[in-house]
Design a protein around this ligand. Structure first.
Ligand SMILES: O=C([C@H](O)CO)[C@H](O)[C@H](O)COP(=O)(O)O
Length: 214
């Protein structure tokens, strides 16, 4: 099994706090995700800053694009994003637009299946269009209502699609090995790292657990 990647979700609105957290956890993670509230608040300047400071990390910009796919995503790929997210609920035309922009920059696309009804259909069509990653994602609000991403992860992994599967939604030390065993190859962790007394220590623990499970 290829080594699963760990993605830290940088979900603060504060520019300097975001850069500081990235600095603390950098030794233990593979992908910096600029979370949706953070990218809306800070824009392309934060993409440029993180890319310049951490040229060896993958940078995912969680745009959750809903329309104008090629136009919206293009600006963020141009600023240094390696991966941009587009919503599965946006429809195939918008997903195709983001994929077109990604190709222009030699970058990648993640289709976020958050709130998609027929996740298997959208995952299959996204792969046909050329998406490299599909995201199983229980958002923060759905988590607060008690939902988890585990059953959806198993369903999508069982399809055996030629695509990387990312999982997000309250993943923590006690569940990280379970999601690796279920077939996730990108493990997204936000609150379990940034909400810990020592984010670096939490990230180190998660790295160890993921590597031991792979
Ligand atoms: O994508 C996210 C959310 O929709 C806000 O943008 C989070 O970054 C994602 O859920 C990971 O964070 P945790 O659930 O806290 O691990």
């Amino acid at each position: 099994m290829a080594r699963p990647l760990i993605q830290i979700a940088l979900d603060s609105l504060d520019f300097n706090q975001t850069v500081g957290l990235a600095d603390q956890v950098a030794p233990y993670v593979d992908i910096f995700e600029i979370g949706t509230p953070c990218i809306k608040y800070n824009g392309v300047n934060l993409v440029k800053e993180l890319k310049q400071r951490f040229p060896d990390k993958l940078l995912l910009v969680d745009l959750k694009t809903m329309d104008a796919g090629e136009y919206e995503a293009g600006a963020f790929y141009a600023a240094g994003a390696d991966i941009v997210t587009v919503l599965g609920v946006s429809g195939l035309a918008t997903i195709g637009g983001v994929i077109k922009a990604a190709k222009k920059y030699g970058a990648e696309v993640q289709v976020d299946l958050i709130n998609v009804g027929d996740k298997a259909y959208v995952a299959k069509e996204s792969v046909k269009l050329g998406a490299q990653i599909v995201g199983i994602h229980t958002g923060l609000d759905a988590q607060a209502a008690g939902q988890t991403p585990f059953a959806d992860l198993q369903d999508i992994a069982a399809l055996g699609l030629n695509v990387r599967i990312s999982v997000a939604g309250g993943i923590k030390q006690s569940t990280v090995q379970q999601v690796v065993a279920s077939g996730a190859t990108i493990i997204v962790v936000g609150a379990a790292i940034y909400g810990a007394p020592s984010p670096a220590e939490a990230a180190r623990e998660i790295r160890e657990l993921v590597d031991a499970a792979a």
